[in-house]
Design a protein around this ligand. Structure first.
Ligand code: ATP
Ligand code: MG
Length: 339
C-alpha cells in the first residue's frame, strides 16, 4: 500500500523544502519515496536529482530510494486528454488555444492535474510513499476541493446547456439562430474564437466520464492522505492556514501544522549580561520576535485540534540532502506517530 503525504500552505512558507525533506527522511527509513514537487528552486532541484523539466520520476543520484518528479499542469493535462479521450480527439484538444488556458490559468485546473498525477503514481503500486507539494493557490485548499469541483463541472448543467444534451451536440452549440446570446458573442468575439470555444467544449466532453471516475478516486486517496500544513507566524500565511483547516472537506485527516522558520524559544529570556548596547538592543528585538512567535503558536494550539511541529529558522538555505533531512525530521516523526 502507498502512503500519501500532502504538503499544503501559503506561498513561500517552505512547502517545497519540507516536501523534499520528508522524502529524504522516508528514503533513509527504507521507504521507496516519490516527491511530486512544484517549481523547486534551482539548487533544491539539483539536490533532488531533477535536472530536466519533464514530469517523469527521476531517481536521486545519492539516495536510490528517493525519487522526484516535477508537477507540470500543461504536461499533466496533455496526459489527461490522452488518457480519457479517443486519440484523434486528444490531439485536437491539446492544440486548442483554450486547452492551455484551462490547464494552467484555472486554479482548479492546475490543482486537478496535480491530483491526477498523484493518483497515477499511487495506483502504479511503485511507491511506499508519495509526497505531494501542492500548487500555490489559496494555501492548497484548491487541491482538496478541485476533484469535487471537477466532478460537478463535467457532470454539471452549464456544460450540458452549452454543448447540448447528448453526443453529437455540435449543432445545438452552433445553432446561432436559436441562441441570441451566441449571435451577440459571435459579433463581439468573432466567429473564429467562438468556434474554438465550441470545439474545445465539445471535444472536452469525451473526457467527462474519465474525469468523473478519476475525481472519485482522487477524493478517495485524499481521504486517506496525511496532511502537513506549513505556515509561519506571520498574519497572512497564518490566515491561509486557518482557512485551510476551516474549509477542508470533513472526511480529510487533521493536518500536522508545521510552524516553519521559527526563532528559538530560549531567545525570549532577556539577556541582561550583554555590555555592548547595540548588541543588547539587537538581542532584545529578536527576543521580542521570538516571544511573539511563541504566543502565536500557543494561540493556535488553544483554538485548533491536532499536533503542531516547530521548525527552526536556518541560517543557511536548506537545499542539500543532509540539511533537508534534519529540517524535516520532526515532521517525519509526527507523521510516523500519527500513523
Ligand atoms: N527553516 C528554514 N530556514 C531557512 N530557510 C528556509 C527554511 N525553510 C524554507 N526556507 C527557504 O525559504 C524559501 C522558500 O521555501 P520554499 O520554496 O520551500 O517555499 P514554498 O512554500 O514551496 O514556496 P512557493 O509557495 O513559492 O512554492 C527557500 O529559499 C527555502 O530555502
Ligand atoms: Mg514551492
Amino acid at each position: 500500500m502507498t502512503d500519501i503525504v500532502l504538503v499544503a500552505g501559503a506561498g513561500g512558507v517552505g512547502k517545497t523544502t519540507i516536501s523534499a525533506g520528508i522524502g529524504v527522511c522516508a528514503a533513509r527509513a527504507g521507504k521507496k519515496s516519490l516527491v511530486l514537487t512544484v517549481d523547486p528552486a534551482r539548487r533544491l532541484a539539483t539536490a533532488l536529482g531533477l535536472e530536466s523539466l519533464d514530469n517523469m520520476p527521476h531517481p536521486n543520484p545519492e539516495l536510490s530510494l528517493l525519487w522526484a518528479a516535477m508537477l507540470n499542469a500543461s504536461a499533466s493535462w496533455e496526459a489527461i486528454a490522452h488518457r480519457h479521450a479517443p486519440p484523434e480527439v486528444a490531439d485536437r484538444l491539446v492544440t486548442n488555444p483554450f486547452f492551455e488556458a484551462v490547464a494552467t490559468r484555472f486554479p482548479a485546473g492546475a490543482a486537478y492535474a496535480a491530483g491526477e498525477e498523484m493518483a497515477e503514481e499511487v495506483e502504479s503500486g511503485h511507491w511506499d510513499l508519495v509526497v505531494v507539494d501542492t500548487p500555490p493557490s489559496h494555501g492548497g485548499i484548491e487541491f482538496l476541493n478541485a476533484p469535487g469541483q471537477m466532478k460537478s463541472f463535467v457532470g454539471g448543467r452549464i456544460l450540458r446547456i452549452l454543448t447540448g444534451g447528448r453526443v453529437p451536440g455540435r449543432n445545438t452549440l452552433f445553432d446561432r439562430a436559436a441562441k441570441p446570446a451566441l449571435r451577440l458573442m459571435d459579433t463581439v468575439l468573432g466567429g473564429e474564437l467562438l468556434e474554438d470555444i465550441g470545439d474545445f467544449l465539445f471535444d472536452l466532453r469525451h473526457t467527462y466520464e474519465g474525469i468523473a471516475r478519476r475525481s472519485q478516486s482522487i477524493i478517495h486517496h485524499l481521504e486517506k492522505a496525511s496532511m502537513v500544513l506549513v505556515t509561519t507566524t506571520d498574519p497572512a500565511p497564518l490566515a491561509e492556514a486557518a482557512r485551510f483547516v476551516a474549509e477542508s472537506p470533513g472526511n480529510t485527516r487533521t493536518p500536522i501544522v508545521t510552524f516553519n522558520r521559527s526563532l528559538p524559544e530560549s531567545w525570549v529570556v532577556p539577556q541582561d549580561n550583554v555590555k555592548d548596547p547595540r548588541l543588547a538592543e539587537n538581542l532584545q528585538r529578536w527576543g521580542a520576535e521570538a516571544g511573539y512567535q511563541r504566543d502565536v503558536r500557543d494561540a493556535w494550539t488553544d483554538s485548533h485540534a491536532g499536533a503542531i511541529v516547530n521548525l527552526a529558522w536556518r541560517a543557511s538555505t536548506p537545499n542539500e540532502l543532509p540539511a533537508l533531512e534534519s529540517l524535516a525530521r520532526p515532521v517525519w516523526a509526527a507523521l510516523e506517530s500519527a500513523r
